[in-house]
Design a protein around this ligand. Sequence first.
Ligand SMILES: Cc1cc2nc3c(=O)[nH]c(=O)nc-3n(C[C@H](O)[C@H](O)[C@H](O)COP(=O)(O)OP(=O)(O)OC[C@H]3O[C@@H](n4cnc5c(N)ncnc54)[C@H](O)[C@@H]3O)c2cc1C
Length: 376
Amino acid sequence: MIDSVKNPLPSRVEIVVMGGGTAGCSAALHLAQAGRKVVLFEQRLCGGMASGQNYGGVRQQGRLEVELPLSFRSRELWDKMEKIVGNDCGFRRTGHLKLARTPEQIASLEEWAVMARRHGLTVTMVTGNELRTQHPYLSEEACGASFCPTDGSANPRVTAPQWARAAEKAGADVREYCPVRALEREGGGFRVTLADGRSTCCDVLVNTAGAWGAGLAAQLGESYPEGTLHPNMNVSEPMAPVISANFGVCGGDIYFRQTGRGNIIFGGGRGVGDRDRLWSRPLAEVNLRQARAMLRLVPGLAGINLIRSWSGIDGMMPDESPVFGASPTVPGLFHAFGFSGHGFQLGPGAGAVLCDLVIRGETPTDISGLLPKRFL
Ligand SMILES: Cc1cc2nc3c(=O)[nH]c(=O)nc-3n(C[C@H](O)[C@H](O)[C@H](O)COP(=O)(O)OP(=O)(O)OC[C@H]3O[C@@H](n4cnc5c(N)ncnc54)[C@H](O)[C@@H]3O)c2cc1C
């Protein structure tokens, strides 16, 4: 998949996908399976940015209502991962518990559960006593929770690369280390020029460039207010199995899970980064804050050693939902970027919906609240 300037580009292709995160790799796979000629350009390695750097939460719980249909579409694909890409990508259905520390937070969880149930999602409320019976490692700080049994977690390091490999097997031309530098409209389609000067023309352009999506859209005259987000992450040495679910808390200052090999992964708070330099890092003071929050909730973890902390770069929209759907101003251009810190779960479904839109011009998945026109 790693491309070099020695590999000529076809002078014309049907579809170019820009960006090999989970969304782009899934789009390439779905389009190739539908018999379309697709080239995917990734500036580094597929899954090398947010899609490979994230916490691995595969959760529907806590999402904005406008995102739920896309989240459900994606959730169906997580169950079929092994069949679709030949690897389960580490997906485990552990359930997701969102903890409350105050009665007001319990009320807000109940409100969200009522809304989610209207969409058909199973969410149950758990009292503080039930919580400590089921999860005896939790302290008294948590006074209740809501539980979504169909949520879980996966291994972000393997997910997008597996989708990229499956896309290649299905016939997509996946080219890594190929940054797209320039986009122009040409004839009825587009000319796509890479940083090394090679170029190709295409009829359809799919923009799945994550935090860099708005930069590419701007070259075609569309302006989106995409900022960046750098979640701060930590992981411990492996230890005996303790934590059986994926946990979040109201307010988001801490979230945690234990991997199959025993490492405790936790996040909360922000690191720093610079999208122009493709650079991000965690902050020591945030690491300490997270560790204290973690120990207040799970005191038995005192003394474990942390082995790594990191951050990443995700595109952040002002309303915290992605720019998703056909461009309202440029025919043949489709966007799915700016997933605002929670697009890992959405990635597989995002590619499926993009494929619907490119091929049929419509999708059964309700994306009406995510459409690009809300910013233009
Ligand atoms: C630390 C962290 C923790 C997170 N935790 C979770 C979580 O637990 N659950 C969850 O659902 N979400 C989580 N997220 C968010 C999630 O990772 C992202 O929303 C999601 O991965 C975005 O996927 P994407 O495909 O849109 O973007 P990306 O994975 O960023 O992929 C976009 C790709 O486009 C490429 N690209 C950019 N510009 C160009 C160009 N000009 N030419 C070619 N290629 C280009 C980039 O190199 C990149 O690989 C987290 C994010 C971070 C950073």
